[in-house]
Design a protein. Structure first.
Lengths: 44, 335
């Protein structure tokens, strides 16, 4: 019974962690202020 | 004590084993995606191409033509589309792109703006207001600029912005490109009638004035891409392109005049920077698809074995029971 509880705990923590991380996601950030180029850049 | 340790190990083992598929099949499609604020530029050059002189309407050899391609993620537009999208879980990326072409003297040859809207993870096109090529509304099918993450060894549908058509781009094999294992793709667009660019290099010449002469523009290209299959990002690209004006009164009795004919290749410094960028990004993707899932699975199996071993040792006959010392057997009262 205790082994079953231990396994269920591990499983629950894994689901909670992955669901939390994916729910938070990555921030969108802001549109770059740099323009669409009409001159040839010297370097990347 | 051993029993407690084995139970903790069992919990951690199950945690690791569960994390492995969760990361690969649940977290990966949701977390690994093109950021909506991406900004990227690339410079491509055609050495000794043929280019039309609109003053004389004759084609001539020029030393060089340069194409500056910029991709800029429009965060506000992507958020607006996501809000109006029926599928609320979908992350959308809006790329405002510009292909600016100039000759060796720095004079503008053409500039074609585009708006490309796509799913941030799958690269599937998303159709929304504003999707366009050179101001013309389009409904893209297939991919453009980039392949999906975990690119497969198969043909893809690729959108050609000049012709506004989608045609297959064929997988032609796996190669080593500057230390990166890449998939080589090739697409041929046969001679196709295409619209004139909205912005022409000579004042007074407009697409409308050209159309009135009955002259039409035709285009063919062989497009080559070397794609990193992990990120789906092209590390190098080439194009063998030909543009012609055909028929009408503009050509003074000639059947056709070459507008542009050349072999366009990415500039060397941009190849290096693209390869470096892709090499760094592919590690992040591999972390989610390979390193962490396999590592966690291995660790889970190892910890499970350790937990079982500890459990077995704690139950081995002959070993003093862990609780024996703490709780002595009750003695008969008359002993």
């Amino acid at each position: 019974m205790r082994a079953l509880i231990a396994a269920a705990t591990g499983l629950a923590v894994a689901f909670a962690l992955v669901l939390t991380i994916t729910a938070i996601g990555a921030p969108s950030g802001e549109t770059s202020p740099k323009p669409l180029l009409t001159t040839v850049p010297k370097h990347p | 004590m051993r029993r407690k340790a084995s139970l903790v190990l069992l919990a951690v083992a199950v945690f690791c084993a569960a994390m492995s598929p969760l990361l690969r099949w649940y977290a990966f499609p949701r977390l690994v995606k093109i950021p909506p604020n991406q900004y990227q530029d690339a410079v491509l050059e055609a050495k000794n191409p043929t280019l039309i002189d609109y003053g004389t309407m004759k084609a001539k050899k020029v030393p060089k033509v340069t194409i500056v391609q910029t991709l800029k993620g429009n965060v506000e537009a992507s958020e607006r589309i996501e809000k109006n999208d029926g599928d609320s879980s979908r992350d959308v990326v809006v790329w405002d792109a510009l292909s600016y072409v100039q000759d060796a003297e720095g004079k503008m040859v053409s500039k074609i703006p585009e708006r490309y809207i796509f799913d941030a993870h799958s690269q599937e096109p998303v159709h929304a207001t504003g999707e366009m090529v050179d101001g013309d509304p389009v409904k893209r099918e297939g991919i453009e600029f980039k392949w999906p993450f975990l690119t497969e060894k198969r043909d893809y549908e690729y959108f050609d912005a000049q012709a506004r058509i989608t045609r297959p781009i064929h997988y032609k094999g796996t190669q080593d490109f500057r230390g990166v294992r890449v998939y080589y793709f090739e697409q041929t667009i046969p001679w196709t009638k295409v619209p004139f660019p909205k912005t022409m290099p000579v004042k007074g010449i407009t697409p409308e004035s050209l159309a009135k002469t009955g002259t039409t523009r035709w285009y063919t290209t062989v497009r080559k891409f070397w794609v990193d299959p992990t990120t789906g990002a092209p590390v190098y690209g080439e194009e063998i392109q030909r543009n012609e004006l055909r028929g009408g009164t503009l050509l003074g009795g000639r059947d056709k005049v070459t507008v542009f004919a050349g072999h366009v290749k990415m500039r060397e410094d941009y190849i290096k920077s693209t390869v470096d960028l892709v090499k760094s990004q592919r590690v992040l993707v591999l972390l989610m698809t390979s390193y962490l899932p396999w590592g966690l699975l291995g660790l889970g199996v190892l910890l499970l074995a350790l937990a079982l071993w500890l459990e077995a040792r704690s139950r081995r006959p002959g070993d003093p029971a862990p609780t024996a010392a703490a709780e002595p057997e009750p003695q008969p009262a008359n002993a």
